[in-house]
Ligand binder design. Structure first.
Ligand SMILES: *[C@@H]1O[C@H](CO)[C@@H](O)[C@H](O)[C@H]1NC(C)=O
Ligand SMILES: *[C@@H]1O[C@H](CO)[C@@H](O)[C@H](O)[C@H]1NC(C)=O
Ligand SMILES: *[C@@H]1O[C@H](CO)[C@@H](O)[C@H](O)[C@H]1NC(C)=O
Length: 496
């Protein structure tokens, strides 16, 4: 009798002990205890490090995890992915919705000053920034053959990462889980969501509590994305009515793959008109240095209220450097090898995009040590976008993925900064409509802090299309307040 009681007490103690270990399971070695450049105290816990997804090849993916500043145990977990292919998700962390605003150093070569970002997405969610695929950002493989990859391999690798990550952070397994990303992540997000859902169907442990996904100015489909530019340019007043009519007559609804010489010459005229614009935000200058910026600004004839539409509301002008031209116009992502930015341009920088602050911060030895990233001797220098990888677009159009996921009850938000010319909203609006779902929330303005912030149309099966007025390609960078508003509402399952 006494022996049984002792055994029971022993088992209860054992149970309590192991539950305690489980609850405390976040790896303490990954805890970030100090952020070089930041004087304020961290408003929530941060963790970072590597997850090995292939032991034999030594394939390691780097993540930075920011706990929610509101209620980490209840708030959703969101995986964030930047695009490229080849661009690091620290783009999102440093320039878009990360926990800090980076103020460039006053002295050359010095560390930037970091301030807390009042519009960080960690205000309402736990968020994982992942460098993917291996070879991008701080992620790497010891076997170089891994740097030849594509959509399907990347989705499968990121799924493996998620399963391992949630094993390390089991206390977050029951939180609602979402996947989000931008630009080429318009491919990463639905292909990964598909892997996740297949895994759930097959009962692969741990079972992820997947709820839905978000794509911003995302690549989706060769036909729709390819045809998006001409109507965009016309609607924005960048090409004349005459030219628009001529292109329509000559190209017969195919604006990206000209089938006749006359069509080709009309399209060349369109390109000529658009040359010199900042492809990421047609209202912003695309300039080489601060001196040119001043001259351009002084000469601008637009009323200032209109100019301000495209201006970032971030408290610090982070991206001072804008240069060159960007992704060739009318070049939708096609099946096959997708050139990375640096491969396309034969240089290490992405045009019209500044990476100075991120590059100086993430290549600092002390910063790397503090955030548990490998040294330069192991992973090389951090680049915003790398040409280390050879990337094959092998998943085709994303429309079939979106149909499948939304018809199975996963919620989708497709949002577009409406002044982006890289992946214009006209393409995203057209492909979401083409799915043929019934409209349940007819085109209407949506508001943020009492002002119209853009327009939205809701379809059945929780598919929502949304524009962000006056925003460029990277929405949270241009419109941080508005972005946090629609993000919070979407995650909470509320109307936007
Ligand atoms: C690298 O990976 C490839 C494909 O997984 C494999 O065939 C090759 O043997 C590996 N090389 C080394 C040195 O391990
Ligand atoms: C969606 O994809 C899953 C997994 O591949 C498949 O089993 C299912 O039949 C698809 N459903 C639809 C509606 O296409
Ligand atoms: C849409 O999302 C809401 C909120 O998560 C959910 O209650 C509802 O069942 C979903 N509707 C469909 C058709 O999946």
């Amino acid at each position: 009798m006494a022996e049984t009681s002792l055994l029971i007490i022993y088992n209860v103690l054992l149970y309590i002990f192991f539950s305690f270990i489980l609850i405390q399971s976040a790896p303490q070695s990954a805890l970030v205890t100090e952020i070089p450049g930041l004087t304020a105290t961290l408003p929530s816990k941060h963790y970072s490090g590597y997850v090995t997804i292939d032991q034999s090849n030594g394939k390691n993916l780097f993540y930075y995890f920011v706990e929610s500043e509101r209620n980490p145990t209840e708030d959703p977990v969101v995986l964030w992915l930047n695009g490229g292919p080849g661009c690091s998700s620290f783009d999102g962390f440093v320039y878009e919705h990360g926990p800090f605003n980076f103020e460039p150093a006053e002295t050359k070569g010095g560390l930037p000053n970091l301030h807390l970002n009042p519009y960080s997405w960690s205000k309402v969610s736990n968020i994982i920034y992942l460098d993917s695929p291996a070879g991008v950002g701080f992620s790497y493989s010891k076997n170089q053959t891994d740097y030849r990859t594509g959509d399907l391999q990347t989705a499968s690798d990121t799924h493996t990462f998620l399963l391992k990550w949630f094993e390390l952070y089991q206390e977050f397994l029951s939180n609602p889980f979402f996947i989000a990303g931008e630009s080429y992540a318009g491919v990463y997000v639905p292909t990964l969501a598909h892997e996740v859902v297949k895994g759930i169907d097959a009962g692969i442990k741990p079972i992820l509590n997947f709820k839905g996904y978000m794509v911003g100015n995302g690549v989706a489909d060769e036909h729709f994305d390819g045809n998006a530019l001409v109507p965009f340019a016309h609607g924005m007043g960048l090409i004349s009515d005459d030219l628009f009519e001529e292109v329509n007559n000559e190209c017969r609804g195919n604006y990206y793959n000209p089938l006749s010489e006359t069509c080709q010459s009309k399209l060349a005229k369109v390109d000529e008109d658009l040359e010199g614009l900042n492809i990421y935000d047609i209202l912003e200058p695309c300039y080489h240095g601060t001196d040119i910026k001043e001259i351009t600004t002084a000469n601008i004839k637009l009323p200032s209220s209109f100019r301000q539409l495209g201006e970032t509301e971030r408290p610090f002008a982070v991206r001072k450097r804008m240069f060159g031209r960007a992704w060739p116009l009318r070049a939708p992502v096609r099946d096959g090898i997708v050139p990375t930015w640096p491969q396309l341009l034969n240089s290490n920088s992405v045009p019209c995009t500044d990476d100075e602050v991120a590059t100086s911060w993430l290549n600092d030895k002390g910063v790397r040590k503090a955030i548990h990233a490998e040294e330069e001797s192991v992973v090389g220098r951090w680049d915003l976008c790398t040409d280390n990888i050879i990337y094959n677009h092998d998943a085709g159009s994303m429309i079939k993925y979106h149909k499948n996921l939304t018809s199975r009850g996963y919620r989708a938000l497709i949002f577009s900064g409406d002044h982006d010319m890289c992946v214009p909203y006209t393409g995203s609006e057209a492909w979401t409509r083409s799915i043929g779902y019934k409209i349940v929330d007819e085109w209407r303005p949506w508001t943020s802090r009492g002002q119209v912030a853009g327009f939205t149309q809701g379809y059945e099966n929780n598919l929502t299309f949304l524009t962000v007025k006056g925003s460029g390609h990277t929405v949270p960078e241009y419109k941080p307040k508005e972005a946090l508003d629609f993000y919070s509402r979407f995650l909470a399952g509320k109307p936007i």
